[in-house]
Design a protein around this ligand. Structure first.
Ligand code: HPA
Length: 282
């Protein structure tokens, strides 16, 4: 039997450090992806924990990721906000990429709001739009890079989790209501997870459209799978940083700075409105 990289004891050890550094006992967690870190500025009465202080927590090197936990209150609810995440493309293992969610499980988190930056495959999507994730396609998982691979600890979750309804319909309904009330477009669709770090080639983009993808990105799905394994309810929101480019035209290449700019300036305000709406509904 292979030895798993981490065990329940490791998750609990990191959770205990968090519990020793804050009085808050959140039941809701929010993972902020690329360019969305400012959403944490709205948290009141915040305890701030550098993730480098947490044993085994992977510290991301990606520009624009702050590597902090901001634990406090938002809309009267106790929340744990994670700024920045570790990605598989940085060289982390799936067990590292999803360590955060296991620690959340130890903390008793019941709802995970997970966010990311993506490229819009669906031609209706423009840079700065937001998409409610209703389903996903897990390419690395299909090739064996699934965070649930390996011996299963039955105390954490079932061996064969069902992902028919990975993204909670009740939270999706609230997200739609908030968008309608605030007057912004909320797209819905399937998020395709690729390992990255390169953006997609024109041929890959054409293929991802053909198989039913609406947005493509380099994160989120491993965390969602572990959250569902842990019985945590999930709301997934994707900030569309750019339309994807199916041409081979020089001069139209995408940069990380383009992504950061669109997400921080256009997506973050809409995202915070939805997060507030969901928290108010609880
Ligand atoms: N592809 C993959 N990931 C991304 C993109 C993209 O076009 N934009 C932002 N994250």
């Amino acid at each position: 039997m292979p030895t798993p990289q981490f065990s329940r004891r490791d998750f609990q050890r990191a959770a205990d450090v968090i519990l020793s550094k804050t009085e808050h006992r959140p039941k809701v967690a929010l993972i902020l992806g690329t360019g969305l870190g400012s959403v944490a500025d709205s948290v009141e009465d915040a305890s701030i924990i550098e993730t480098s202080e947490l044993p085994n927590w992977p510290v991301s090197q990606v520009h624009g990721h702050k590597n902090r936990l901001v634990i406090g209150t938002l809309e009267g609810q106790s929340v744990l906000v994670q700024q920045g995440r570790a990605h598989f493309y940085e060289g982390w293992e799936m067990a590292d990429v999803t360590f955060n969610v296991r620690v959340m499980q130890m903390l008793g988190i019941q709802t995970l709001i997970v966010t990311n930056a993506s490229g819009g495959l669906n031609k209706a999507m423009k840079a700065g739009d937001l998409m409610l994730i209703t389903d996903h396609i897990n390419f690395p998982g299909m090739a064996g890079n699934n965070p649930l691979r390996g011996p299963n600890d039955d105390s954490l979750g079932t061996r064969f989790p069902d992902v028919t309804v990975a993204y909670d319909p009740a939270y999706g309904k609230i997200a739609r209501e908030v968008a309608a009330k605030e007057g912004f477009t909320l797209h819905e669709g399937t998020y395709v997870y690729l390992s990255g770090p390169n953006f997609e080639s024109p041929a890959e983009i054409r293929m991802l459209r053909l198989i039913g993808g609406d947005a493509v990105g380099m994160s989120t799905v491993p965390e969602v799978l572990v959250a569902r394994h842990a019985g945590i309810r999930v709301l997934g929101l994707s900030g569309v940083a750019n339309g994807t480019n199916e041409t081979n035209t020089p001069g139209t290449e995408l940069t990380h700075e383009d992504v950061l700019d669109a997400i921080a300036n256009k997506c973050a305000p809409k995202l915070i409105a939805i997060v507030r709406g969901v928290l108010r509904s609880m």
